[in-house]
Design a protein around this ligand. Structure first.
Ligand code: SAM
Length: 292
């Protein structure tokens, strides 16, 4: 019985055997801390009822932990050099499929439809390559796939933005968009020492659970996201100032903006970071009603 891939000795052995130098440009920081690896699959509550999509399996440390618990694992790895490595390290797991594609370019729904039976709960689990954390998050927020749970390791700084509440320093468009769709929690704080090579920043594992449909949903998610983004364009300015950039500065537009703010009970002088998710939804819908 070989030790788990994510033990320090085995990871070092694999890196040596294949003469692998972690590629910084691809965000390769391999987890070699079994406690953290087990913590991630526990946070995702992976069971044999689940098909799990993984982004960036690396040398397979997290993939192995998922494969031991899940029905099926479908992992997207961009680095072709890792294909022979994964072939060997995961040879014992028949429920793993590796797709050698860029997750952001791949037609993920089509690949899932082709590779998975569609009868299992879908989850996403990843130790993300940090240079593309934000695009991957946006992919989950805007994408059409519905995951029962998404568990992602990311820089602590981004994790803090995801969980931030109104008036917190880190509260912004990313917090609002994420919390509109998901209940967000930080499951584990992770030190730099849990990786080879150690990244320069601390990390955190974030768990996203879809919220039940909000009582008052935005009339259009795309319009909502773009409105929120516009409101946070100038964080230090008031909502009133930001709304004039979102719309325009015409006198009649200003009158309409004032009316909408009065109807929604929001002061023109507040800063965007003081507004709750449901206030942003209310504003989106109200501006739509008055054709702005
Ligand atoms: N899962 C492994 C672990 O926990 O040790 C490796 C995680 S490492 C932080 C990120 C992985 O994502 C690397 O293997 C990297 O090659 C891969 N990767 C980077 N960009 C990618 C992309 N656009 N699509 C798929 N995989 C990517």
């Amino acid at each position: 019985q070989k030790p788990a891939i994510g033990t320090r000795s085995r990871t070092l052995g694999i890196l040596n055997q294949y003469h692998l130098n972690a590629k910084k440009s691809l965000g390769q920081n391999f987890l070699d801390d079994l406690n953290v690896l087990e913590g991630i699959v526990t946070a995702a509550d992976v069971t044999d009822q689940d098909d799990v999509v993984e982004i960036g399996p690396g040398i397979g440390a997290l993939t192995e932990q998922i494969a031991q618990r899940a029905h099926q694992v479908l992992a997207f790895e961009i680095d072709q050099n890792l294909m022979p490595v994964l072939d060997e390290t995961l040879a014992d797991y028949e429920n793993v499929t590796i797709v050698n594609q860029d997750f952001l370019q791949a037609n993920v729904p089509a690949i899932l439809a082709e590779q998975l039976d569609g009868r299992h709960r879908l989850k996403a689990v990843a130790n993300l390559p940090y240079y593309i954390t934000k695009p991957i998050l946006m992919n989950f927020l805007k994408g059409s796939l519905s995951f029962a749970t998404i568990v992602l390791m990311m820089q602590k700084e981004v994790a803090n933005r995801l969980v931030a509440q109104p008036n917190d320093h880190d509260y912004g468009a990313l917090s609002v968009m994420t919390q509109y769709l998901y209940q967000v929690e930080i499951a584990i704080a992770v030190s730099q020492k849990s990786f080879i090579p150690a990244p320069k920043v601390d990390s955190a594992v974030v768990k996203l659970t879809p919220v039940a449909t909000p009582a008052e949903p935005a009339y259009s998610q795309t319009a909502f996201f773009s409105f929120v983004h516009g409101c946070f364009m100038h964080r230090r300015k008031t909502l009133w100032n930001n709304l004039q950039s979102v719309f325009d500065k015409q006198p009649e537009t200003k009158v309409t903006i004032k009316q909408v703010l009065a109807e929604t009970g929001i002061a023109a002088s507040v800063r965007p970071q003081a507004l709750t998710v449901s206030q942003f939804v209310g504003l989106t819908n109200q501006f739509h009603k008055v054709d702005l």
